[in-house]
Design a binder for this molecule. Structure first.
Ligand code: HSE
Length: 437
């Protein structure tokens, strides 16, 4: 059989990482595919210092790669939305298969891209778009295909997990750790995508689509970042036996699908609470299998290239045997369900509340009275001695853990508490998630 030719668009960290893995593992790869897989054309504005691509053809214009008749599979590894989308649609129109690591593009424009690919009978593979080297798309789409998936919970942004780990373990400041994540190459070009939860929301949108057989719906994903978290919240959570993690959560409920990214208190003993640094982990619960956990490097050149090259091998095998295709979103294209995505105030959760109260008689009684009137059951309560500036301001932090309640009800209680004469500042609220392992 003739070799399969790869065109790489974008030779940054992931692009060059994929080139290197294809070169280093070429013998293993050709044994797996049944023919050679060769990089035949690279589109890049220029080589970076240290990049060596041998005699491979190079073009400054990435569209030259997509228009090259010799290229069978296009790797879109440029990132960004507009040009990347144009490039992928152009590749599809030219009848080429596509492999991409572009989570933002798949989450926002995936429905359109997959429809175009189906019309031209080509594949668009995107394993590298979620959790770097962890083969989570394949695990859900194929390995767990016999299950009705009940929920999935993931640490799917390495940068924010790295920040939370360093803040908790070393008491380091948020800004300082973020800067380090940027230097180490984990953070997105705009790090607000990491710390405000947008990157995790892109990835969660993709996971939920393939888990539940629903279209990609990024706009309906509730997104909250970690930038409002303080050292105090991290330490109070510790005292209560919890860890704060930035989680993507998607659950099937009777009312619809929960789709949410936010800081979350989870039991300190749970496996996912012990995923540290830049590592990612995704826990998936299926009705037949129960809970399963997938752990590994969520970012970096080689781990992400591992996923890109696995996709290339899948597509290359399909080129040799087209009957073995798996639908892009795991379920047949005409069988996606229009399940409602729940707004955040429609979810049920337990909550951690940090209330800054004036240190005087009766304030705590008023707070607990409001919670009682809203039928919110208190699971734990801590009132700390004032420290630092709080001493002269006569303020005390009050920490409350609630039982599960509808978020809309909690919102009513928080609004009333914030209006109390003895309460200052906004109430800090962090959702608590009880994992079934
Ligand atoms: N900025 C991302 C992260 C890179 O920190 O996880 C991998 O998608």
């Amino acid at each position: 059989m003739k070799p399969i030719n790869i065109g790489i668009c974008g030779l940054g960290t992931v692009g060059y990482g994929s080139f290197s893995v294809l070169k280093n593992n070429c013998l293993e790869i050709s044994r797996r595919v049944g023919t050679d897989v060769l990089v035949s054309h690279i589109g890049t504005r220029g080589l970076r210092p240290g990049q060596d691509i041998g005699a491979v053809k190079i073009s400054k214009d990435v569209f030259a790669v997509v228009n090259d008749p010799a290229v069978d599979i296009v790797l879109e590894l440029m990132g960004g939305i507009d040009v990347a989308k144009q490039l992928i649609l152009h590749a599809i129109a030219n009848g080429k298969h596509v492999v991409t690591a572009n989570k933002a593009l798949i989450a926002v424009h995936g429905n359109e891209i997959f429809a175009a690919a189906a019309a031209k009978n080509v594949m668009v593979a995107y394993e590298a778009s979620v959790a770097g080297g962890i083969p989570i798309i394949k695990a859900i789409r194929e390995g767990l295909a016999g299950n009705s998936i009940q929920w999935l919970v993931g640490i799917i942004n390495g940068t924010s997990n790295f920040i939370l780990t360093e803040m908790r373990e070393k008491g380091r400041g948020f800004a300082e750790v973020l800067k380090e994540a940027q230097v180490l190459g984990y953070a997105e070009a705009d790090p607000a995508f990491d710390v405000e939860g947008i990157d995790a929301a892109h990835k969660l949108t993709i996971l939920a689509a393939i888990a539940f057989g629903i279209p990609l719906q990024f706009a309906k994903t509730y997104t909250e970042g970690i930038s409002a978290l303080t050292q105090e919240d991290i330490h109070y959570a510790d005292e209560l036996g919890y860890r704060i993690k930035h989680l993507g959560i998607s659950r099937r409920t009777i009312k619809g699908i929960e789709l949410r990214v936010h800081p979350t208190l989870i039991d300190a003993g749970s496996m996912i609470a012990n995923v540290h640094g830049v590592m990612n982990a995704v826990m998936v619960n299926g009705d037949a299998v129960g809970s399963t956990l997938y752990y590994g490097a969520g970012a970096g050149a080689a781990p992400t290239a591992s996923a890109v090259v696995a996709d290339i091998i899948d597509v290359a095998r399909m080129i040799s045997n087209p009957e073995s295709r798996v639908p892009a979103l795991a379920f047949q294209d005409d069988n996606l369900l229009d399940l409602p995505i729940l707004a955040i105030d429609e979810i049920n959760s337990a909550y951690y509340l940090r209330i800054t109260a004036m240190d005087r008689v009766g304030v705590l009684a008023h707070i607990t009275q409001i919670l009682g009137e809203c039928a919110i059951n208190i699971e734990a309560i801590i009132q700390k001695e004032p420290r630092g500036a709080d001493i002269s301001n006569q303020r005390v932090p009050v920490i409350i853990l609630t039982h599960e309640i509808l978020e809309a009800t909690l919102n009513i209680a928080i609004t009333r508490i914030e209006k109390l004469d003895g309460v200052v500042d906004q109430v800090m609220r962090i959702r608590v998630y009880k994992l079934v392992e």
